[in-house]
Design a protein around this ligand. Structure first.
Ligand code: ADP
Length: 497
């Protein structure tokens, strides 16, 4: 690994942090309590900036603004084409500010700058343009019901959407949430993750220039129990969307049920199998399996975190996977060529180190890595375990870190049974050159996405979401619109049928 970068003096980011207050009703405001909390640089653990700490009172203010913007308009009743143009202008402005936004994203998360600047912010722009295109293509049906009736459906926005996002892809998750909600004519109160409030506040300062009416999108920074939970319980919030851990997803679903039964979409954890068949192109499979697990410091809900390899190619695969991990460039995420930065924070760092210890204690073979890199920040060496068994904790729990677990399988029946033996069902990778094997696996796997001979191929048009305890509902693509629309049936007698 490139150890030097981790212990060098961190590169100074080329932006100033200017937006640190809550964004309510078109204004940046202090928290009602006046409290702030620090957001930290994962490279050092040092404070980047103090941001407003929203709580129940701020959620009340933001929901009132969103309610008013929904009930009094103009947003839900505006010409759909106007809504579309505002979303397109917002996309243009984000594109124009690409590098500043990517810099804040890297500073706050520790992810490689090149990844933020060349992949993630452009994906945000693409997604907003995609949903801008939907705004004037949402409409109901005319239905040939029995009897002399004219029957039609109206597809109407649900109302005020509460949205809670995680820290691993802050602005990308922001866009997955607001894109469909706003295109359908809803208003939004969004809570950012406490680790990563900066990029969404930066985008907030572009909303007025884009022409978004005040109150349509409100952004609150703060903690889960004190800002997230009041949003989930709020009687004036009509819909919730959440991305994060499965345990928090359960809590959110029950808060929604205990308050006003608002519908909830959930994107939760995963333990995705990555299946390498005996006829796979091994070099491609090694590279993609590496990417599937280590991308974004391993902090992906769909990470390919159970690498199942056919016994006939297991030794060759293992040797190459280990060599690839050893070549991975770990260091300052602002440095060009860095593949892996630090983990998000000390809590996640310790959680991952505990899983590594558990892997060793349970008898898996530590092939490489397994320890901290450098002395400051939250860097972890790319770690590969072989001889992993299905009943080990590292094969069952979501680690959310740079820890690859390689398991051996015998035949398709064996790997299908084992791949499906998980409480999660988010995604899977399948590597084979045989179309019949690919078809058998894609149909047998109980997951929301199967990538065949590729992994982590994301696009605004492709639905994403989980089976089982990986969540409810789908985001992106046309499917996401359903989450933000009510269907109203209108029945009128016909005088002269
Ligand atoms: P992690 O454990 O990785 O931080 P979480 O699922 O707890 O992941 O966090 C994802 C998001 O959920 C964050 O914005 C966080 O503040 C929020 N959150 C955490 N706990 C709650 C809660 N009880 N109610 C509402 N939101 C919460």
């Amino acid at each position: 690994y490139s150890t030097a970068a981790a212990i060098e003096e961190p590169i100074k980011p080329a932006v100033n942090v200017e937006h640190t207050k809550l964004f309510i009703n078109g204004q940046f405001v202090d928290a009602a309590s006046g409290k702030t909390f620090p957001t930290l640089d994962p490279r050092t653990g040092e404070v980047i900036a103090h941001v407003a700490e929203g709580d129940a009172e701020d959620i009340n203010r933001a929901v009132a603004a969103a309610r008013k913007a929904f009930d009094d308009g103009p947003w839900p009743k505006m010409n759909a084409y106007e809504r579309s143009k505002i979303l397109l202008r917002l996309a243009d402005l984000i594109e124009k500010h690409n590098d500043q936004i990517a810099t804040l994203e890297t500073w706050d998360t520790g992810k490689p700058y090149e990844q933020a600047a060349k992949i993630e912010v452009p994906m945000v722009v693409r997604l907003l343009r995609y949903y801008a295109g939907w705004a004037d293509k949402i409409h109901g049906m005319t239905i040939p019901a029995d009897g002399p009736y004219h029957v039609q459906t109206l597809h109407e926005p649900i109302g005020v959407a509460g949205q809670i996002i995680p820290w691993n892809f802050p602005l990308l998750m922001f866009s997955w949430k607001i894109g469909p909600a706003l295109a359908c004519g809803n208003t939004v109160v969004l809570k950012t993750a406490e680790q990563t409030p900066l990029s969404a506040f930066y985008v907030a300062h572009l909303l007025q220039e884009a022409g978004l009416p005040e109150g349509v999108l409100n952004i609150i920074s703060g903690f889960g129990p004190t800002a997230g939970a009041p949003l989930c319980c709020h009687m004036d919030v009509d819909k919730l969307a959440f991305t994060g851990s499965t345990d928090t997803g359960k809590a959110i679903l029950s808060l929604a049920a205990k308050s006003n039964l608002k519908p909830v979409t959930l994107e939760l954890g995963g333990k995705s199998p990555f299946i390498v068949c005996e006829d796979a192109d091994i070099d491609t499979a090694v590279e993609q399996a590496h990417f599937a697990l280590f991308f974004n410091q391993g902090q992906c809900c769909c990470a390919g975190s159970r690498t199942y390899v056919h016994e006939k190619v297991y030794d060759e695969f293992l040797e190459k996977a280990k060599a690839r991990a050893l070549k991975r460039t770990v260091g300052d995420p602002f440095k060009s060529g860095t593949e892996q930065g630090p983990q998000i924070d000390s809590k996640q760092f310790h959680k991952i180190m505990n899983y590594i210890r558990s892997g060793i204690d349970s008898g898996a073979t530590l092939e490489t890595g397994g320890e901290r890199l450098g002395e400051r920040g939250y860097y972890i060496k790319p770690t590969v375990f072989s001889n992993v068994k299905d009943d080990m904790l590292i094969a069952q729990d979501e680690i959310f870190g740079p820890v690859q677990s390689i398991l051996k399988f015998k035949d398709l029946d064996d790997v299908i049974r084992r791949a499906n033996n998980s409480r999660y069902g988010l995604a899977a990778g399948v590597f084979t050159q045989n179309i019949d094997t690919a078809n058998t696996l894609t149909r047998a796997l109980r997951v929301g996405t199967v990538w065949v001979n590729c992994f982590d191929t994301f696009d605004a048009t492709i639905p994403f979401g989980g089976y089982k305890m990986s969540g409810h509902g789908r985001e992106k693509g046309e499917y996401s619109l359903k989450n933000y629309l009510q269907v109203k049936a209108v029945v009128t007698p016909l005088k002269n049928p």
